[in-house]
Design a protein around this ligand. Structure first.
Ligand code: HEM
Length: 501
């Protein structure tokens, strides 16, 4: 009797499992069929899609392999979600530039959505995104109209950074925090109109909110949050503390906006990003559905902090590491600085055109580190015909920037760190359209101008005054960035900043 019961139970379980599998296969097939001519890709497994075929530590490498096998446009399934991968310069250009409008949507990550309640330029699409993007770009460009230029603000911060390095008296240190302080202070200067002392409690509130968000985003809980936001919202943990801190930082930004609201009118000349936004709020107060309200102000300010801090400071950190690894390259940059800038004044953007080698080194650090191998996720804003395939509206699209940054057909020496990738035979700087570190098309990084300025002025100011040396001989130093959920970040290291004169 007992044996019969066990037999029946086992068979029942197999029948139920079989049925569930059949239904899932049928659902996925049905989905694929209804999607028509979806680009090809590896066969997905019910529930998990292609997750087992993807190296979760370096997913972009698996995507590249899929593209080699299935073509420059292919489809993978992340659990039950289709994702279209784009690879190679021509395909990225065809999609993001030629069919730029359709590929300009932003796919949503619950973590980023929750951080700004869906407001702000980075997470939005369509009308909201267009309005906020145009506003942010014009405002960042126009700064200095009233008082000082962005360049002066970056120079001021570079001097403070050099001073902070000086105070270490040549001792061993991890450059992460100081670089991060300096870069986020440049955003503060743009957003609030002035820089802060690094120990100022208001600066620390903003700084901790940005760095905490990044840590949580890259932690296991952050990745789980992107999969099961509804469940994790109900449980305490690092993510909830982080969202609370973020709200505090946003309350501070709102307080700053309220102060400005009292003395500004529609014709005032803005002195900082918040003022420019508040003036727009006043100008559009009677426009129905205007995008200029507190939600989008807080979202956009937060986007500038979150997208502008870790990216630029990590690039600078990788820059110093590459200088330690390649002392002869460091010496050649310093020679150029000495010849063009000298030791008695701050480097300026005017110097850049006279410093092709330094410019090439900065570009090569960015190319070689490949900070955002899959860029930020896009989505198509409408049903889209692309290269004889059909991509349904709202499908997530990942542009594989790394496939272009390392393409042997487009670079002299793609796999090694070599500034010659950006120099011609006469040693002049050579622009290369395949340099896609900031993305391509309508959603290209809107802070590119500011980031390039920071990279040039901070690098020159630091190497003008210091020589960077590691704790091991150069040949033993490992420089490969580590992959995390949103990009490739430099490994943690300590170094010495030795005074040059
Ligand atoms: C080395 C530094 C930087 C790198 C490598 C970088 C790279 C990128 C990339 C790859 C994207 C995604 C493009 C796409 O969606 O296709 C992006 C978007 C963005 N970046 Fe940057 N970025 C840097 C610095 C900055 C700075 C300093 C700011 C702020 C001032 C900034 C603000 C933004 C914003 C707001 C977006 C979203 C644009 C949109 O959705 O339309 N970034 N960045």
């Amino acid at each position: 009797m007992m044996e019969t019961l066990v037999f029946l139970q086992t068979n029942l379980l197999s029948i139920v499992l079989g049925l569930v599998t059949c239904i899932l296969v049928w659902m996925i097939r049905g989905k694929q069929k209804s999607f028509g001519r979806f680009p090809p890709g590896p066969r997905p497994v019910p529930l998990i899609g292609n997750l087992l075929q993807i190296d979760l530590k370096e997913p972009y490498k698996s995507y590249e392999e899929f593209c080699k096998k299935y073509g420059s446009v292919c489809t993978i399934w992340l659990a039950n979600k289709p994702v279209v991968i784009l690879s190679g310069y021509q395909t990225l250009k065809d999609a993001l530039v030629t069919q730029g409008e359709e590929f300009s949507g932003r796919a949503q990550y619950p973590f980023l959505m929750k951080a700004t309640n869906g407001y702000g330029v980075l997470v939005s699409s369509g009308h909201r995104w267009r309005e906020l993007r145009r506003f942010s770009i014009t405002t960042l460009k126009n700064f200095g109209m009233g008082r000082r230029s962005v360049e002066e603000r970056v120079q001021e911060e570079a001097r403070s950074l050099v001073k902070a390095f000086d105070e270490l008296n040549g001792g061993l240190f991890d450059p992460r925090e100081l670089l991060c302080n300096a870069v986020s202070n440049v955003i503060c200067s743009t957003v609030f109109g002035h820089r802060f002392e690094y120990k100022d409690p208001e600066f620390l509130l903003l700084y901790n909110a940005v760095t905490d968000a990044f840590i949580v985003l890259n932690s296991r809980i952050g990745q789980l949050y992107n999969m099961f936001p509804g469940i994790l919202d109900r449980f305490p943990g690092k993510h909830r503390d982080m969202f609370a801190l973020l709200q505090e930082a946003q309350a501070y930004v709102k307080k700053e906006a309220d102060i400005r609201l009292k003395h500004l009118d529609a014709n005032s000349i803005p002195q900082d990003f918040i003022e420019a936004f508040v003036i727009k709020m006043i100008q559009e107060k009677d426009v129905p559905n205007s995008e200029f309200h507190y939600g989008n102000l807080l979202g956009s300010v937060w986007n500038l902090f979150s997208a502008g801090t870790e990216t630029t400071s990590s690039t600078l950190r990788q820059m110093l590491l590459m200088m330690i690894k390649h002392p002869q390259i460091q010496a050649r940059v310093q020679k150029e600085i000495d010849e063009v800038v000298g030791q008695d004044r701050s480097p300026s953007m005017e110097d850049r055109s006279k410093m092709p080698y330094t410019d090439a080194v900065i570009h090569e650090v960015q190319r070689h580190m490949d900070l955002a191998p899959t860029s930020l996720p896009h989505k198509v804003t409408a049903d889209t015909e692309f290269k004889s395939y059909h991509i349904p509206k709202d499908t997530m699209v990942l542009p594989l920037l790394s496939s272009v940054l390392f393409d042997p057909k487009l670079w002299k020496n793609p796999n090694n760190f070599d500034p010659e990738n950006f120099l011609d035979e006469e040693g002049r700087f050579k622009k290369n359209d395949a340099f896609l570190a900031f993305g391509l098309g309508k959603r290209i990084c809107l802070g590119e101008g500011l980031a390039r300025m920071e990279l040039f002025l901070f690098t020159c100011s630091l190497l003008q005054r210091f020589t960077f040396v590691g704790t091991k001989p150069p040949e033993e130093i490992v420089t490969n960035p580590k992959n995390c959920s949103f990009g490739r970040l430099p490994c943690v290291y300590d170094c010495y900043a030795k005074l040059r004169v």
